[in-house]
Design a protein around this ligand. Sequence first.
Ligand code: TPW
Ligand code: MG
Length: 546
Amino acid sequence: MNIALSLLHALKAHGAREIFGIPGDFALPFFRIVEESGVLPLYTLSHEPGIGFAADAAARFNGALGVAAVTYGAGALNMVNPVAGAYAERSPLVVISGAPGAAEVRSGMLLHHQVKTTDSQFAIYREITCAQTRLDDPATAPAEIARVLGACREQSRPVLIEVPRDAVALPCAPVRPAAPAAYDREAVEACAGEILARLAAAARPTLLVDIEVRRYGLEARVAELAHRLAIPVVTTFMGRGLLAEAAVPVAGTYLGVAGEPAVTALVEDSDCLLMLGVLLSDTNFGVSGRQIDLRKAVYAADRQVQIGFHHYPDLPLGALVEALLALVSDLDPPEPRLRPDLPPLPEAIVDGAPIAPDDIAAAIGTLMRRHGALPIASDIGDCLFTALGLANTALTAPGYYATMGFGVPAGLGIQATTGLRPLILVGDGAFQMTGWELGNCRRYGWDPIVIVFNNASWEMLRTFQPESAFNRLDEWRFAELAAALGGHGERVRTRRELHAALAAAHARRGRFSLIEAMIAPGALSHTLARYVEGFRARRARQAAGH
Ligand code: TPW
Ligand code: MG
């Protein structure tokens, strides 16, 4: 065993299934051991942001560690934005970076990829990771690996592991996993009891779930809890796609004034809102019709629980859910409370009319009802708001941090880690950032279906500030790129063409299919239109000092 192998086996033991990476000279010795040992398969892409997004999406999808391996400086710093997004959206991403060897550092000469000092990268990463280590000592390496991977899993946030190039092959013991952080079981039971008493006294309880539920692998248990308590379940915007495979039907996604009024009422009119793993972010709550009264809510996230004025620190979400289940497991489920009557989802209209974003949702819905669901990776832009018009399906998207460039590499990460064929939704602006990564599909046999929403515009920005000409983009011909990158491309302008292209893409296996849907500038999904209105109104209220 050596430091690199010890690390690779520990990653695998923590649930990592593969490594996404781009090497460099400081990382070559580590990459050699990755390749020759075969402990985890290695997928290389073209640009480090793609590596970070793909590994993050794999982590989100598996509910386990994702791994991104890069070189020192130029590589790791290219990944700052994806790692920051993983931090913000609570994704357990392990960043492994090469680093200069001890003798090189001692030489005192400036080393290539060095910023200010040889520690600059470590310092920058302190802000965007929850734990960091440099494996330069084989005596402490196993304990250090255990500490950092333990933190990654427990806090569900990224970590940095630097491996100096002269240390990778030093003999080293295997890693013994760190014991999970202790918590007070009596506090958990007291907390669960208090929550159930509140729920029992409430007339309109609602369960609101967000990403921590997935990060900690709790979807099935939370679904069971909802079933036992027979209370309606709503996801946040960021939590969209949660419980898609669970037995309880999700009533909908909370979008405040931009959402279905019946779903908004479930949240805003609840007299006991049980919020599990929820991010209190502007994208989740910025468009609330009415401020949610947290004194009437139970808020459990970030290893803490707040019930009215009671605060329980240091309480893992999984332990709380188990304690709640233990208390309700002997009860017969009560009569389910009324679920809201929601309008049925539209079927695709197949005619010669031009394509509006909601037509894409309808066409996808029709395809999935016929052939089964595909996991979706979406970028930020109207494509994500359009996806909210679909039935609840597994979805990965930067709904809170809102970085562009996520969609395409995230889709590749999903296919690499699950073998499932993904559907990728992306705007033309975001495709310009990372769409190129599709060129890596052929090598690995990946065949995602990619829908580019081409409105020749940074349309989301244009809706906020229509007077600015810089939001108009040139019209790129993306479909024509596909063949050169090893895929199949088609530009569609009407709903009939869209429908046919989707069906053909579904039947075509073995290479990626890019459908470039031409959308008139100014045509928005109805959800984005209402969301922008809600956000504007809120900003106006804030500016007026309310
Ligand atoms: C890495 C700011 C948010 S939305 C947007 C920008 C530039 C326009 C997106 O254009 P696209 O989609 O992809 O064509 P659509 O539907 O609006 O036309 N840089 C990064 N992330 C963000 N969020 C921005 C800039 C932004
Ligand atoms: Mg656009």
